[in-house]
Design a protein around this ligand. Structure first.
Ligand SMILES: Nc1ncnc2c1ncn2[C@@H]1O[C@H](COP(=O)(O)OP(=O)(O)OP(=O)(O)O)[C@@H](O)[C@H]1O
Ligand SMILES: [Mg+2]
Length: 184
C-alpha cells in the first residue's frame, strides 16, 4: 500500500498590498506598528525592505519609526550603515535598528561593527538592501517588497521567512490586509 506524503515544497505565504499615495503608506505603517506590539515576538521582528532605488523603503521605515514612538529628527543610515532609534512601548524604551547595507562592502565589518550582537538581541530590525550582505543576515520574519507604479502609487508584497512571520501573516487582523484604501 502506498503512503501519502505531504508536499515537499511548502507554499510561501504572501500578501499583496496597494499604496495609492504616501498617506496610504503612512497609514499602513501605523497599522503595522500596532500589530507588531501585539504579535508574539513582534517587537523583535526582523524585516527586510526590498525594491529599486527610490521605491519608498526609507519613506516607509520613517513612517513606521514615527508610529513606533520615535521622536525627534530621524537620521538616515546611508553612511553609518545602521542608525539606532528608541521607540516607545507600554511606556518603556523600544530599541529599533534601521540598517541600510547599500554601501556595505567589507564582510569583516559585520563582526567589527557588532551586527551579530544586534541581531541576537532584542528590538525591531529593519533592513534596506539586505542582498548586499546575503548569507550573513538571519532569515527575516518578513520581506516587504515595494514596487513603484508611478510617482505616488506602490505595489507591495509581504512574504514570510520564518514560522512566526507566517503566523503573523495569517493571524493579521483583516484591517491590515483587506480593508481600507491600502488594500488591493
Ligand atoms: N506611496 C508612496 N510610498 C512611499 N514613498 C512614496 C510614495 N509616493 C511617493 N513616494 C516618494 O518616493 C520617494 C521614495 O524615496 P525613498 O528614499 O524612500 O526610497 P528608497 O527605496 O529608500 O530608495 P534607496 O534605495 O535609494 O534607499 C520619496 O521621495 C517619497 O516621498
Ligand atoms: Mg532608502
Amino acid at each position: 500500500m502506498s503512503e501519502r506524503h505531504a508536499p515537499i515544497v511548502k507554499s510561501q505565504p504572501v500578501r499583496t498590498l496597494h499604496w495609492p499615495d504616501e498617506q496610504a503608506t503612512q497609514r499602513w505603517a501605523g497599522a503595522l506598528a500596532a500589530h507588531l506590539t501585539e504579535w508574539p515576538g513582534g517587537r523583535d521582528a526582523c524585516i527586510e525592505l526590498r525594491g529599486d532605488l527610490g521605491a519608498g523603503k526609507t519613506t516607509f521605515v520613517r513612517h513606521l519609526l514615527r508610529a513606533c514612538g520615535v521622536r525627534g529628527r530621524i537620521k538616515s543610515p546611508t553612511y553609518a550603515v545602521v542608525e539606532p532609534h528608541q521607540g516607545e512601548l507600554d511606556g518603556q524604551p523600544w530599541p529599533i535598528w534601521h540598517f541600510d547595507f547599500y554601501r556595505f562592502s567589507d564582510p569583516r565589518e559585520w563582526e567589527d561593527a557588532g551586527f551579530r550582537d544586534i541581531f541576537a538581541g532584542p528590538g525591531l530590525k529593519l533592513m534596506e538592501w539586505p542582498d548586499k550582505v546575503a548569507g550573513q543576515l538571519p532569515p527575516p520574519d518578513w520581506v516587504i517588497a515595494i514596487e513603484a507604479e508611478d510617482e505616488s502609487s506602490r505595489r507591495v508584497r509581504v512574504l514570510a521567512g520564518t514560522e512566526r512571520g507566517s503566523a503573523w501573516l495569517e493571524s493579521a487582523h483583516q484591517a491590515l490586509w483587506l480593508e481600507g484604501p491600502h488594500a488591493l
